[in-house]
Ligand binder design. Structure first.
Ligand code: ADP
Ligand code: ADP
Length: 232
């Protein structure tokens, strides 16, 4: 089954001169798979991720998240489905600076109206090596640790799909590999579906499939990628 499916997505922006960010993209993301989305800057990668995740609405086309057509629902329902089914990791972590590590991690559960299960939160913090940091503010952490907090936050609600936009873009190689391994584990051991925008061939090689975008269109696809094949 498809965890996410997009059909004939178009997204235009009308800021003075019209821009076509997505120009007819169709793609299916099978449950339990890891897909990387690559392509030049401005090719529509972030727009595709945002539309697929229900953070943005396409100008035309259809988006299905876990069998529900997001493009056929209102904003309230879209937000609800997103909170139930999706986790997010961004390049700049997007942690709230006034909240502790643990408070950041449980925030999506609270927003979804779910009561955090203390044992589960502890287990996730432990798996990600954050137990000692639970009570600290993000500003006390390194970039790699901050991104691990963001990954913990994305995993704690057990979402079907994790959307990651350049999750390793601000990290050193070692931290990048840690975060990628966590995403890989989420897919292999926990059956999650990961869709990750990246420009880094090393990162893309952690995926099962790489989709290439160019000028808002699907321009190619690569299975079982290696960094060398991705870069070529
Ligand atoms: P990528 O992630 O591949 O760099 P984006 O999806 O961010 O590409 O952007 C695709 C195109 O849409 C670019 O030309 C970009 O300038 C434009 N774009 C993205 N977001 C907006 C916006 N909010 N307003 C106007 N144009 C935008
Ligand atoms: P336990 O097996 O006692 O639950 P774990 O530390 O193995 O403890 O995992 C705790 C919970 O955290 C699991 O139930 C799982 O859902 C989640 N979890 C841990 N690591 C990951 C991961 N990389 N991806 C997705 N979920 C994870």
């Amino acid at each position: 089954t498809d965890a996410v499916r997009v059909e004939s997505l178009y997204r235009t922006y009308d800021a003075g001169t019209p821009v076509t960010a997505l120009d007819g993209v169709s793609a299916a993301f099978a449950a339990g798979t890891f897909t990387a989305v690559m392509g030049p800057s401005g090719s529509g990668k972030s727009t595709l991720l945002q539309c697929a995740a229900g953070l943005d609405r396409p100008s035309a086309g259809r988006v299905f998240l876990g069998g529900v057509e997001l493009t056929a629902t209102g904003d309230t329902a879209m937000t609800k489905f997103r909170r139930e089914r999706a986790g997010f990791v961004f390049q700049d972590y997007n942690l709230l600076s006034a909240l502790t590590v643990e408070q950041n991690v449980v925030l999506p559960l609270r927003l979804a109206g779910r009561r955090p299960d203390r044992g589960r939160v502890r287990a996730v913090l432990g798996t990600l090596g954050l137990t000692e940091r639970a009570g600290e503010l993000p500003e006390r952490l390194s970039g790699g640790q901050r991104q691990r907090v963001a990954v913990a936050r994305a995993l704690v609600g057990e979402p079907a799909v994790i959307f990651a936009d350049e999750p390793t873009g601000a990290l050193d190689l070692r931290s990048a590999r840690e975060v990628l391994a966590l995403l890989r584990t989420a897919v292999r051991d926990f059956g999650r579906t990961v869709i990750m925008v990246t420009h880094d061939p090393m990162a893309a090689a952690y995926a099962d499939t790489v989709l290439f975008l160019a000028d808002g269109r699907l321009a190619g696809q690569l299975s079982a990628p290696t960094p060398e094949a991705v870069a070529a």
